[in-house]
Design a protein around this ligand. Structure first.
Ligand SMILES: [Cu+2]
Length: 186
């Protein structure tokens, strides 16, 4: 099968289809039945990840305000089985081809030896090279301010080891409030 190196825009509706189909999980993680969250929709944002040069990793990371925190959902493909870092980097610029244009990991508090805010967690790719990940974090924001990640970038990085490589990069773009909800028309 020929692989087309299409790097064009993925229709944004595909973003939410991919997310809402969710993992075929048997670990009790619910994708959220309708009626679970009836409060006003919060701010939302999403990054479409494109592979860096020499890689095939791509995917989608979505962010939505949930209560006092941010719900993060990631769907990534084209990985080798294993664990990877899901990071927000300072600059919303993936143009360099190797991820370096995205700058350093987002660290508005100057964490020093602590955990930078942009370190959202580790994703784990299965045998098919696919990773699903969800988490709730409080150290970043979607509203304007020093903790906002909108306009920055998401970078998938190899975890650990001496050399850290960026496998995919995507700029975090604002989405309509409530866009991440199932049944919201996306
Ligand atoms: Cu990083």
């Amino acid at each position: 099968m020929k692989k087309s190196a299409r790097r064009g825009l993925v229709p944004i509706c595909m973003v939410f289809l991919a997310l809402s189909c969710g993992p075929a999980s048997d670990d009790g993680v619910s994708t959220g039945p309708e009626g679970e969250m009836e409060a006003d929709p919060g701010l939302a944002a999403a990054a479409i990840l494109h592979p860096t040069e020499g890689n095939e990793t791509e995917g989608i990371v979505a962010f939505e305000e949930m209560g006092s925190g941010i719900h993060v959902m990631a769907h990534v493909t084209g990985l080798s089985p294993g664990r990877y870092g899901l990071h927000v980097h300072e600059a919303g610029d993936c143009s360099s081809g190797d991820g370096t244009s995205a700058g350093a990991i987002f660290d508005p508090e100057g964490s020093g030896s602590g955990t930078p805010a942009g370190q959202l967690g580790e994703i784990e790719a299965d045998e098919s090279g696919m990773a699903h990940f969800m988490t709730d974090v409080h150290q970043i924001a979607l509203a304007e301010g020093p903790r906002s990640v909108v306009g920055r970038s998401v970078v998938i990085m190899t975890a650990g080891g001496e050399t850290v490589a960026s496998l995919a990069c995507g700029v975090i773009e604002p989405q309509a409030p409530g866009a991440m909800r199932e049944g919201s028309g996306y």
